[in-house]
Design a protein around this ligand. Sequence first.
Ligand code: ZN
Length: 114
Amino acid sequence: MSYRRSHKKSRDHRKKHSAKVQSELISLIHDNQESSIELKKNALSKLLALNRKHRLKMPKEVNLLFCKQCKKLRNVTNTRVRIKHGQTIISCLTCNFVKRLGGGPKFHRSDSNV
Ligand SMILES: [Zn+2]
């Protein structure tokens, strides 16, 4: 009985703690002034490991900051962003992974037959 209770307590504590660490790591990645590229890279890999271990959801704004396939932070040199038919297309130049955002072609919206 006592074992069970203490187990649940530790699980609650773990959950709270992991959420706190996650927000700290995200603020590290978002920080533009002080943190170096190396630090951000480390923070990202730690964040991914943390999310895997504790089954946390990755916030949307962080999801766009790195490539899902090669786990690299996006910057000006390794990504290409194009807007085509109302869709944002983000392609990674290192691994050629393409991420599409938005609903796609909006041809059906126009009433006129052009
Ligand atoms: Zn990539």
